[in-house]
Ligand binder design. Structure first.
Ligand code: IDP
Ligand code: MG
Length: 162
């Protein structure tokens, strides 16, 4: 168990479909702390860098076009084990987590993708898949001064040993 930070983004379809509030609520209601958030329209180069590990995939071009198709809400959430609570690690196919699986049709009801999406190419949100990628993604999307350290007044009601 460790205090972690994860990068969560509401993709253009999530923004256009009015899902900003519901997606934020999943993390907020669970007890995680929001330490950075902005609405943005990143460049093609920025999005290609964000998804650089997928550059060889046949869907890469379409993925970048999808991410360029409208505003994105970029966020950093903090809390105990927030990376793997936020999304299923690649190594564990069975952990549903808050986001659900990459393909919404494989996502359990109760997860964001399982409740709000159908198509893998329109899966409404992004979440870092490991602590290491979270660090890389946070530094790509935010400058250190944009990450706010603040005391969550609810902390002792969320954690036994806050
Ligand atoms: P993840 O978002 O669950 O981490 P990744 O494998 O990292 O999934 O893929 C990044 C994004 O690329 C997915 O969220 C989805 O939007 C898109 N994607 C993944 N696989 C496909 C596919 O087979 N067709 C179209 N888009 C895909
Ligand atoms: Mg991924």
């Amino acid at each position: 168990m460790s205090n972690e930070q994860t990068f969560i983004a509401i993709k253009p379809d999530g923004v256009q479909r009015g899902l900003i509030g519901p997606i934020i609520s999943r993390f907020e209601n669970r007890g995680f702390k929001l330490i950075a958030m902005k609405t943005c329209s990143p460049s093609k180069e920025h999005l290609e860098k964000h998804y650089q590990d997928l550059a060889e995939k046949p869907f890469f071009k379409g993925l970048v076009a999808y991410m360029l198709s409208g505003p994105i809400v970029a966020m950093v959430w903090e809390g105990r084990d927030v990376v793997k609570t936020g999304r299923k690690p690649e190594t564990d196919q069975f952990q549903p987590a808050i986001l659900g699986a990459t393909n919404p049709l494989n996502s359990a009801p109760g997860t964001i993708r399982g409740d709000y999406a159908i198509d893998v190419g329109r899966n409404v949100c992004h979440g870092s898949d490991s602590v290491e990628s979270a660090k890389k993604e946070i530094s790509l999307w935010f400058s250190p001064s944009e990450l706010l350290q603040w005391k969550h007044s609810q902390a002792s009601w969320i954690y036994e040993n806050a």
